[in-house]
Design a protein around this ligand. Sequence first.
Ligand code: GLU
Length: 287
Amino acid sequence: MSNDTDWQESVKNGVDPEEVEQTRALAADADRVVVKAGTNSLTDAESNLDDEKLDKLVDDIADLHAQDKDVILVSSGAVGAGIGRVGYDSDTVEESQALSTVGQSYLMQRYTESFDRYDRKIAQLLLTQHDLENPERFTNVRNTIETLLEWGIVPIVNENDAVATTEIRIGDNDMLSASVAIGVDVDLLVTLTDVDGVYTGNPERDPDAELIEAVGRNYDAVEEIIDESSTTVFGGIQTKVSGAREVSEHGIPAIIARSTEPDVLEKIAGAKPVGTVFVPINGVIHD
Ligand code: GLU
């Protein structure tokens, strides 16, 4: 159907190449970056924490540190690592919460060891919706993060799954990372995942699905595509796109990229064409 193809073409190339280039340059110049890593970027098929994946993520972050950039890591993987550690998958929310407490401490142990290779200390921040919504609490979180960054310590943020019931759940770390990026005033959000970025269809089912290099004015069409193409409701590509969009609406560039891409963060810092970039809105590049 040629109409479909035309439509896909216009989504794929829906952003002015100059804007894409400017956004990549802005992303490369970022002094302060939020990096969000999902469970699939940290665990293997059996839900064991994957040392190689975790070390790769830390190596990538070290590449940014080597360029004197500040990094705040938003890391999932608590429930996932807990499943592998306890050897049991949860049937209930309560069990997932309990598994998260096992996995979270193990995750932090592994991050401590991995960052030690670079002589970097880490810090753990576990947040809930209340902490993001309440200005006083959020100011405290921000001050803590600022102090840690001043000390050269890497803040590692996750949702406090043990206390987060449905009413106070942030939902997923894609939205948490967006709130942190906006609230702490960073210059870039990078969401690392198991696909190269946002596609014109579901890449797992549709061999013709193509990577969308940039999201800007084509946002509504992109949203329509991902609504149709995605099967996962929780933490799927939709929430990554919503998080990146929210950040870009605050004038901050965002990039969704594959965690296994070699030197992924270094490439972004070199303005290389990696992942899908979200063009900042609010007058920074276009309005
Ligand atoms: N907080 C959850 C965990 O660490 C993950 C939430 C998400 O993946 O978005 O397991």
